[in-house]
Ligand binder design. Structure first.
Ligand code: ATP
Ligand code: MG
Length: 230
């Protein structure tokens, strides 16, 4: 479903962040990515989402190299097939929660009636029942995060990319939200790549990967005691 081939990325004036990363994520696979702060996890998700371009290498989604598409085609692919939860939410301040969450459906041409019903279900599922008409500024950080998660799942994406999706949530809410993401992804036969610093969150995945300067690798079973990552 997702294929990364020798992906390299550095920033102007900075060091090389990703230096030849390769990985294949199968359809239906749900992986967690861990790694030190600054190692390039958000950079990696942004590249996969096509929000930034690699210096070299190739990223394929459903066998299609994103770099081979023009802007419109890339936008359509992203809109239909991907869901993102950004590290900094990216919730639109002038739209209500209902409007924020419904947006991916409306952009995909779903009827207003269907969009409303599905949006309400998602807001209920993330525990924001009754807040549909509020605006983001009226929310706590954790509530904002839950809006972002509802919006990322509402259109049943084939690939969910989530950057620290439970970073602002208390442990009980985090557990509920992780279970919800897992259930949605499984039900839709979709794949997911979840970046997290939390060992508990990572353990909800089929597989834990660690990003280091050497690349993206499965965590060795011998280190599964979780010494490095609280
Ligand atoms: N737009 C940018 N311009 C220049 N440097 C950047 C840019 N974005 C990220 N970097 C640098 O690239 C490196 C990787 O950043 P990135 O945000 O991908 O790390 P991360 O693994 O997500 O970290 P964290 O766990 O703290 O979120 C960092 O050293 C960061 O300072
Ligand atoms: Mg990050």
């Amino acid at each position: 479903m997702l294929e990364l081939r020798d992906v390299r990325k550095g920033y102007a004036g900075g060091r090389q962040v990703l230096s030849g990363l390769s990985y294949a994520l199968a359809a239906g696979e749900y992986v967690a990515v861990m790694g030190e702060s600054g190692v390039g996890k958000s950079t990696l998700l942004n590249l996969i989402a096509g929000l930034d371009v690699p210096d070299s290498g190739e990223i394929r989604i459903d066998g299609i190299a994103i770099s081979s598409l023009d802007d419109d085609a890339a936008t359509r692919l992203r809109r239909r097939r991907l869901g993102f939860v950004f590290q900094a939410f990216h919730v639109l301040p002038h739209l209500t929660l209902q409007q924020n969450v419904a947006l991916p459906l409306l952009l995909n041409g779903v009827s207003v009636k269907h969009a409303e019903a599905r949006t309400q279900d998602m807001l209920d599922a993330v525990g924001l029942h009754g807040k549909a008409r509020q605006f983001p500024r009226q929310l706590s950080g954790g509530e904002m995060q839950r809006v972002a998660i509802a919006r990322a799942l509402v259109h049943r994406p084939a690939l969910l990319l989530a950057d620290e999706p439970t970073g602002n949530l208390d442990p009980d809410t985090a557990r509920d939200i992780l279970a919800l993401m897992r259930a949605e992804i499984r039900e839709n036969g979709a794949s997911a790549m979840i970046v997290t610093h939390s060992r508990l969150a990572a353990e909800t995945a089929d597989r834990i990967l660690v990003l280091t300067q050497a690349g993206l690798h499965s965590m060795e079973p011998s280190s599964a005691g979780g010494r490095a990552h609280p």
